[in-house]
Design a protein around this ligand. Structure first.
Ligand SMILES: NC(=O)c1ccc[n+]([C@@H]2O[C@H](COP(=O)([O-])OP(=O)(O)OC[C@H]3O[C@@H](n4cnc5c(N)ncnc54)[C@H](O)[C@@H]3O)[C@@H](O)[C@H]2O)c1
Ligand SMILES: O=P(O)(O)OC[C@H]1O[C@H](O[C@H]2[C@H](O)[C@@H](O)[C@@H](O)O[C@@H]2CO)[C@H](O)[C@@H](O)[C@@H]1O
Ligand SMILES: [Mn+2]
Length: 447
């Protein structure tokens, strides 16, 4: 509950208002007004038509639940970014059409095709860098005191780019994958949710490991979790997983095999792509990838529900609800707004947090969140296995940013071929050459 003497109310902008994740965030904001009061909510997107479908439903939600909040949706950057305290960014440059190619082009060559991993993730990175930098520049121009919490992927490459190109900007890059996994861990050990856990975690984005997990009383939960994960991965099942899609079920279960590679830690689910790429390719359909599933499922559900709300003129019976993605970003804003020093993960410049990793690497570690942003916690030394993996993958991410900055074909080829999931430089070149053509409207011309 907000301190009675503190009567601040905040103005929030969702950049990427047309995102499938926007309704979840709106519901979380509306449910949490006692902890994070709002005076204004705005949407910004460069696709006004897509955004309008979500905005029209949101207008009804706000009218019914908190009519005192001013709401507007715009495609005009000045209108969007003026008088804002927090920007929640979740844009997808190139939209699902380009995500589909990120997945399908590598798969044609027998290589993992994934949104944020391998050649697909690098291709997406080169599209996202200018998109996110543009958002940061709008924020600094129109609301220089605002903070940006950025989900736009691939967060690792975006964070490396903003570290280098906008080192003093108030952007904090974040990810919901460890958050989702920690909610699962809490369920596995019979606790309410991730906020009941105290943890140590280190690595890169979509590339990290938990080294310690206790409850609030300090009881070690690692033995119980390891025992469970070695058999079931992070799959909880039952009511908890009602509605979880089959491909996510497979990913959560595969964590059992990933765990076996290093039984001293617990892994992020994304490591499956690096440790079992042949298995992933074998279980992929190059003609029907994750994008096709998202378009047929999440996108359809979200836009269908918005249409239903608008057609009925009411959102009283909506099944939109908060989830780990939305509660995390709102919790982060609340911690910054009220200087709570809550311990949460962020993707930030290493600067010693992992002592034997390049200080200029962009890593994911727990931080204390307060009004000056995140203060990184020291995670000590990476073990030999993790150090090797992190060093290689971080070099891939740095080379991708180098390639965008220098317009360098060679650096991008190096990034593709250094990536653990690409078997050789010849295959890397074949994929790269096809991706250059596919991304001609988004990438700089490479020399
Ligand atoms: N970091 C994480 O853990 C995490 C978790 C979930 C989603 N995401 C990311 O959130 C983003 C949204 O995902 P989604 O599946 O809802 O995508 P989506 O395509 O439904 O929504 C993205 C929106 O961004 C808009 N957009 C694209 N380029 C833009 C630009 N330059 N300026 C303004 N708007 C722009 C699109 O028009 C679209 O409405 C993606 O980047 C996704 O990878 C990240
Ligand atoms: O394939 P998608 O678009 O469904 O998901 C890609 C995103 O996956 C992670 O976020 C998950 C989250 O972990 C899961 O629990 C649930 O909340 O859905 C999210 C999105 O589906 C990952 O952290 C993101 O970076 C990916 O974009
Ligand atoms: Mn993520």
């Amino acid at each position: 509950m907000v301190n009675a003497k503190d009567d601040r109310k905040f103005s929030v902008l969702i950049a990427g208002g047309g995102s499938t994740y926007t309704p979840g965030i709106v519901l979380t904001l509306l449910n949490g007004l006692d902890k994070f009061p709002l005076r204004k909510l705005k949407f910004y997107d460069n696709d006004g038509e897509r955004q309008k479908k979500i905005a029209d439903a949101t207008a009804i939600l706000i009218k019914e639940r908190a009519p005192e909040i001013e709401f507007e949706a715009t495609t005009d950057p000045k209108e969007a970014f003026t008088d804002v305290d927090f920007v929640m960014a979740q844009i997808r440059v190139g939209k699902y059409a380009m995500r589909s190619l990120d997945e399908k082009i590598p798969l044609k060559h027998g290589v993992v095709g994934q949104e944020t991993t391998g050649p697909g993730g690098i291709a997406y990175g080169l599209r996202s860098i200018p998109g996110v930098i543009e958002l940061v520049d709008y924020m600094e121009k129109y609301s220089p005191n605002a903070w940006m919490l950025n989900y736009s992927n691939p967060a690792a490459i975006v964070a490396e780019a903003t570290r280098r190109l906008r080192p003093n900007s108030k952007i904090i890059n974040i990810c919901d994958m460890p958050i989702d996994i920690m909610d699962r861990m809490a369920a596995i050990v019979g606790l309410k949710d991730r906020n009941d856990l105290v943890f140590r975690y280190y690595g890169l984005n979509h590339f990290g490991w938990w080294t310690e997990i206790t409850d609030k009383q300090g009881n070690d939960l690692m033995p119980q979790l390891k025992e469970y994960v070695s058999k079931n991965g992070y799959w909880v099942g039952g009511d908890y997983d009602k509605g979880t899609e089959a491909s996510w079920e497979s990913t959560f279960k595969k964590a059992a095999d990933v765990y076996k590679l290093d039984p001293t830690t617990l892994p992020n689910t994304y490591l499956k792509y690096y440790m079992y790429p042949s298995w992933v390719v074998k279980h992929s359909d190059p003609n029907y990838t994750r994008t096709d599933e998202v378009e047929a499922h999440r996108q359809k559900l979200v836009f269908g529900e918005c249409k239903r709300i608008v057609d009925n003129g009411t959102a009283k019976d909506t099944d939109f609800k908060p989830d780990e993605h939305s509660t995390y970003i709102v919790d982060l804003c609340t911690a910054i707004a009220y200087n709570t020093h809550q311990r949460m993960l962020a993707i930030i410049p290493n600067e010693g947090a992992i002592s034997n990793i390049d200080p200029t690497a962009t890593v994911e570690v727990p931080c204390l969140f307060g009004s000056n942003g995140p203060e990184r916690l020291s995670m000590g030394k990476a073990a030999t296995y993790q150090k090797g993996m992190i060093t290689e993958q971080n070099s891939v991410e740095k080379l991708a940013v180098d390639a965008w900055v220098e317009h360098s074909y060679t650096k991008l080829w190096q990034a593709f071929s250094l990536c653990k999931i690409v078997p050789d430089a010849g295959i890397a070149k074949d994929i790269l050459d096809e991706m250059i053509v596919a991304n001609k409207d988004f990438w700089p011309e490479l020399k």
